[in-house]
Design a protein around this ligand. Structure first.
Ligand code: ASP
Length: 453
């Protein structure tokens, strides 16, 4: 039987109406056999996500501060949603008591404790949702990552799925044939039986892992927007919706700024070429945005323009640098030894820059980097720049299209934007420019007008 895996995000599940809508979407298409749920998120009038409340609870309880108000607030969110949907008060309280149990777990390892408590957001939701589907007369079963065998590394707060998970979860195919599998997103089980969560937004990853394991015909990712827009709607008014893009294009766009879909979630679907469709729970008539291995040549060469700020650059000059063997390796090893992750390393004849996220830096770290560079590489000059924004023009069309770089440079020049750095990798599916943060919005608007209007 064909199986569609559906993941519903927190904004889709924040209210009784959202939950009813999710159930009705399951009823509308019998191929929707597996549903992955986030914790209830924000909605009009609801200003905090359950996950954020749980994080606040963990912080307070680790500091031995009273958090009974927040605990009650979390429980009330679920009662408000499910009791009016016909889940009995007793069932609700029974499920919610699990939160108290988690809060009494040992706290020596703070990260482990955090994950046990924070994962409750998804877990309680999945259990109550399965009760609700049963009350609606649907055959549904809650399956936890422990039951299904979704094993992950014990890197709490940033767990990675272990390879055997896919094989373990494949056995759920049988269950899916006669039951809707209701699975909590965002976490897995370590080899020692602890809960470990993915990074924030990680329910997308759970959906992708299940799509891979169940060999889904499609992975539907239901959210509160119609699809992916070709640029940031906070910068350009009502930008065009992207109808289709490739996995690689999605990866490039989510690298800077496009965070509609968790960046690690592309991989499991891409490996099996499972199409991912981002859709709006509250506007299912819109076909959404398809992410697949290929798109048609008739579609645009450029699919999107992404931008993001907060980068710093270390720019080195040294006469005859090009003849000095190992210069680049020694430079990058300084960053590696200091556990700093770099983003780009554009170079010229006698100059090279290292661009990295500024959030990793402190004045002391900057000073150490400069000192180490001087000791190891004796550059003629070393300059630092902060507050750089990166802007990416992304599209598989770049591979065979002449003049896109020229068009981009023209558009930026006309908008009076100075390009500090330009980088096009060998994959030729994105061009990345470093510009002054104060130029970012102007640059995005200019490029949108050039490629999409
Ligand atoms: N609830 C978690 C978060 O807010 C995970 C998710 O929704 O994907 O990050």
């Amino acid at each position: 039987m064909e199986c569609i895996v559906c993941k519903f995000g927190g904004s889709s599940l924040a209210t009784t109406g959202g939950i009813q809508q999710a159930a009705s979407l399951l009823k509308q298409n019998p191929a929707r056999r597996c549903i992955v749920l986030s914790a209830p998120g924000k909605a009009p009038g609801i200003t905090i996500k359950v996950t954020d409340l749980l994080i606040a609870i963990v912080k307070k309880s680790l500091d031995n501060r009273n958090c009974s108000g927040e605990i009650e607030q979390v429980k009330q969110r679920y009662r408000d949603i499910y009791i009016s949907l016909g889940v009995s008060g007793d069932t609700c309280e029974n499920v919610l008591s699990d939160l108290d149990e988690r809060l009494s777990f040992p706290r020596e390892n703070r990260d482990k404790y955090r994950d046990w408590v924070v994962a409750a957001g998804e877990d309680l939701n999945a259990r109550l949702f399965a009760h609700y589907l049963s009350a609606e007369g649907m055959t549904a079963r809650y399956i936890s990552p422990g039951d299904g065998g979704l094993f992950v590394t014990d890197t709490f707060g940033d767990a990675q799925p272990l390879p055997e998970s896919s094989l373990n979860l494949a056995s759920l195919k049988q269950t899916c044939s006669d039951t809707i599998v209701v699975f909590p997103g965002f976490y897995g089980i370590t080899k020692s039986g602890d809960i470990a969560t993915f990074s924030r937004g990680g329910s997308d990853l759970t959906g992708a892992i299940l799509s891979d394991a169940l060999n889904a015909v499609e992975y539907e990712n239901w959210t509160d927007v119609d699809g992916i827009y070709c640029t940031n709607p906070k910068i350009v008014d009502s930008p065009m919706q992207i109808s289709a893009l490739t996995y690689k294009e999605m990866r490039e766009l989510s690298y800077i700024g496009f965070n509609v879909f968790h960046e690690e979630a592309v991989r499991p679907a891409m490996d099996k070429k499972i199409p991912i469709r981002l859709r709006n729970t509250f506007n299912p008539d819109n076909p959404g945005t398809l992410i697949a291995s290929r798109r048609l040549p008739s579609e645009r060469d450029i699919v999107g323009i992404a931008s993001g700020g907060g980068y710093a650059s270390f720019n080195l000059q040294k006469f005859l640098m090009n003849r000095e063997k190992g210069f680049g390796r020694r430079l990058l090893s300084i960053f590696e030894e200091m556990s700093l992750s770099y983003e780009h390393c554009p170079s010229g004849v006698d100059n090279i820059s290292v661009i990295l996220a500024q959030a990793q830096l402190t004045p002391e770290i900057v000073n150490t980097i400069i000192r180490r560079i001087e000791e190891s590489l004796q550059p003629d000059e070393i300059k630092t720049e902060f507050g750089i924004s990166l802007i990416a023009v992304v599209g598989e069309g770049l591979l065979h299209k002449i003049g896109v770089l020229a068009q981009t440079a023209h558009a930026l020049a006309d908008a009076n934007v100075n390009i500090k750095m330009a980088n096009q990798g060998s994959s030729e599916i994105s061009m990345i420019f470093g510009i002054d943060a104060s130029d970012e919005k102007r640059a995005v608007k200019a490029l949108y007008n050039t490629f999409f209007r």
